[in-house]
Design a protein around this ligand. Sequence first.
Ligand code: GDP
Ligand code: IMO
Ligand code: MG
Length: 437
Amino acid sequence: MPNVVCVGAQWGDEGKGKVVDSLSARADVVVRFQGGPNAGHTLVVDGETTILHLIPSGILVPRTLNLIGPGVVVDPEVLFTELAGLRSQGLEISRERLRVSDRAHVIFPVHSALDKAREEIRSIAIGTTGRGIGPAYESRVARTGIRVHDLLEPDTLAERVRVALTERNFLLEKLYGWPPADEGEMAERAYAWGEQLAPYVDDTGVTLDRALRAGKSVLLEGAQGTLLDIDHGTYPYVTSSTTLAGGACAGAGIGPTRLDYVLGISKAYTTRVGGGPFPTEDTGPAGQHLGTVGREFGATTGRKRRCGWLDLVVLRHAVRVNGLTGLALTNLDVLTGLSEVKVCIGYRVQGKQLQDFPASIGLLERCEPVYRTFRGWAESIEEARSMDDLPQAARDYIRWIEDAVEIPVDLLGVGPDRDALIERANPFDMVRPPRRF
Ligand code: GDP
Ligand code: IMO
Ligand code: MG
């Protein structure tokens, strides 16, 4: 069966949770491959809302196995809170439904403290989620991080925690003037985390490989989005992981030859939370319409999302750097009621037209969007389940986008609910050549 990767094509919050939940009906295994509890993925099933930060968005589909891959940074406290939330909805999650990679790195309170301390003193804040993501990934590459399997090795845990904290505490106390973490207390907490996590810990790469060899379908779920990627996003206003489809393999522990379809998820307009340039941001009535009708508030921090028009320079960049096979265009229903709908087709800067997304933030800040204007529509489209159910103006808008980005819009979101989806082609229907062994 085919294997599908879902990635955000903009600045995050594109509706990945909803799309992954919908597609999970066709998947056996769902894997988160990067990021951490900075993510907030919203699932709406029969009117009931679930927000997930670490647990993959396949969890509400009973027959799926959900894996938190080695590329994820795990805050055990957030994970336990999430499990408790699911339990209160009547879902008891066992090892048959959820496993956590033994190679994943653990977020400690010092990471979150450092994240917040840095934001406080930055002249221009990145607007991070304060969840310790950047500092935890730093510990990983500095090779002083604690991995999930370390939590299960009590003989060496205290010493590992000491090593992990030394430098972090020095920075916290001496550079930022924050109270340092107590080594003994942290070692005890790490031990307790290990005991609580133990039933879920697994070599998820091996489990995934077994599933693939048995011909199961795998859905890889990205967090954040292409423009928040550490290399290909709006650096330094980015997150600290590789959010692209190319990172999915390393973050899940499989090879690129296993992937069949790369789905990019984009809203029919654009939103962004946190700082950094956003060329098509609209602070006028149109932006207010998008924010109000789309209920654009962050699922993790509750912050108001900045809103603006769809940006094809961004989308073409996402098509290229992810090698997207197709798009899921979400929140199309939010455009209902606008008399006109604009799309940015290029940037104008210093008297020139720019077609490619620039590396320089300084240059990006000077870019003026060039718009093409489409007529809007007034009809409600939440009940639409095929292209034929959509008003002509919406169909024109979608077809024009497809031509401009040169990939098909295979899925269309017309409401927050799991079923509010127009499926023009299903990524799991891709025919793949047989494997030789
Ligand atoms: P994610 O981080 O990519 O999973 O996206 P979020 O959950 O942070 O934000 C997406 C928001 O849009 C959530 O409130 C979803 O319930 C909502 N949503 C998803 N798809 C649609 C859609 O097609 N229409 C509408 N109106 N809302 C949607
Ligand atoms: P999902 O998976 C939207 C943003 C933050 C900030 C920047 C860096 O729900 O799409 P970080 O805490 O990662 O160091 O913050 O990235 N950000 C997100 N924006 N959706 C997300 O995740 C995000 N995760 C991080 O607002 O601008
Ligand atoms: Mg989100």
